[in-house]
Design a protein around this ligand. Structure first.
Ligand code: NAD
Ligand code: TDX
Length: 344
């Protein structure tokens, strides 16, 4: 973090934001302001555990700001109170299926929310003096879904044209464009990252990997959308956190970086892999793969995502540290231990 002492993380009670906050608490001395509306996907348990491990002095280093980004006034006040050297913006409605069922909140949180944050941060940066202003960064965390859907060939990179297709991805694309515009027009020092699908502990059980693990463990049908041959590029969440901290601290202002760990797999491969781990962990009946059930496809389901991470590898020296087969095994074990026999 260099001389940066105050970090505002939006969405720090969510899956990836929580991993960022834990890392900042463990590996830096920064005060972390965690701005989150505390929605359905929020959980502070893992952060509270880290604070307890670190001891009493650490508690003041985590300040929860329970704020909805859609509330411009509250956002302005929260940014003012945090007085940050760095803002890492992860707060967003994040689930594609929910965006199809109810797109409104995606526009409010992801588009209006990002706009409100940009305005508040712009005012904050204008008031900073000398070195603090020069070192300030707003890091906007986004997704590879803004680039649309790939055929069998090719990978997304920073020069791929935007072509979002779901309410979620179009709201994220809009937020990316707002961030770039605030950089070009108002000179706001920003950095953007677009990452592929993350997995790991503490992901809300609506996304593929926790849903499949918990359904299969409970011996319930495992829903596989369509033909199961859609491809996602899986990255372990801690590898994403490495990339985020590198980009936030060392990324060039106005630059974007694509993040992905060469983890392409079809959904069917991922589901079968989880089932084979469960066969070992819970060898109490028929093979879990028999529970796989083809269900109606997601409307507008993107076929394939894949990232070319050359820029972040060569310019910032990032490399994923986790291998899919090992990290997925750990992740499956974590969901079984964490949820016990609770049903979804
Ligand atoms: P998540 O749903 O687990 O967490 C998001 C957090 O943001 C939640 O705690 C939620 O309460 C908060 N939030 C949402 N709307 C808010 C608002 N209006 N005001 C304040 N807080 C609000 O999501 P995640 O998987 O941790 O994703 C974090 C970010 O990373 C998102 O911006 C997402 O687009 C991006 N991303 C996610 C993935 C992935 O695979 N999960 C991949 C690439 C990028
Ligand atoms: O029950 C399921 N069955 C199924 O076949 C679910 C929940 C998903 N799927 C399929 C749909 C996708 O092809 O699995 C794939 C992964 O689905 P999700 O976990 O919902 O992720 P995805 O739609 O790819 O989006 C994710 O990655 C990019 C995150 O939710 C986004 O926040 C991120 O930006």
């Amino acid at each position: 973090l260099g001389s940066r002492r105050r970090v505002l993380v939006t969405g720090g009670a969510g899956f990836i934001g929580g991993a960022v906050v834990r890392r900042l608490l463990k590996e830096s001395e920064a005060i972390v302001f965690n701005l989150d509306k505390m929605g359905y996907a929020s959980d502070l348990t893992s952060i509270e555990a880290v604070l307890s491990e670190l001891g009493d002095g650490a508690k003041q280093r985590h300040q929860l700001q329970r704020v909805d980004l859609a509330d411009a006034k509250a956002v302005r006040e929260a940014v003012k109170a945090a007085d940050p050297d760095l803002v890492m913006h992860l707060a967003a409605e994040s689930h594609v299926d929910r965006s199809i069922a109810g797109p409104g909140v995606f526009i409010e949180s992801n588009v209006t929310g990002t706009y409100n944050l940009l305005q508040a941060v712009r005012e904050h940066v204008e008031g900073l003096s000398g070195e603090r202003q020069e070192n300030f960064r707003l890091h906007h965390i986004s997704t590879d879904e803004v680039f649309g859907s790939l055929g069998a060939e090719g990978r997304f990179s920073e020069t791929t044209p935007y072509d979002p297709r779901s309410p979620y991805s179009s709201s994220k694309a809009a937020s990316d464009h707002l961030v770039s515009a605030w950089h070009h027009t108002y000179g706001l020092p920003v950095v953007l990252t677009n990452c592929s699908n993350n997995y790991g502990p503490w992901q809300f059980p609506e996304k593929l990997i926790p849903v499949v693990t918990l359904k299969a463990a409970a011996r319930e049908p495992i829903p596989l959308y369509g033909d199961g041959l859609n491809v996602r590029d899986w990255l372990y969440v801690e590898d994403h956190v490495d990339a985020l901290l590198l980009a936030a601290c060392k990324g060039a202002s106005g630059r974007s970086y694509c993040v992905g760990g060469y983890g392409e797999r079809t959904n069917r491969e991922v589901v079968e892999c989880i089932c084979s781990h469960l066969d070992q962990l819970k060898p109490d009946g028929a093979p879990h793969a028999r529970l796989i059930t083809r269900v109606t496809d997601r409307p507008g389901h993107d076929r394939r995502y894949a990232i070319d991470p050359t820029r972040i590898e060569t310019e910032l020296g990032w490399k994923p540290r986790h291998d899919f087969d090992e990290a997925i095994a750990k992740t499956v074990q974590w969901y079984i231990a964490h949820y016990g026999d609770k049903k979804l």
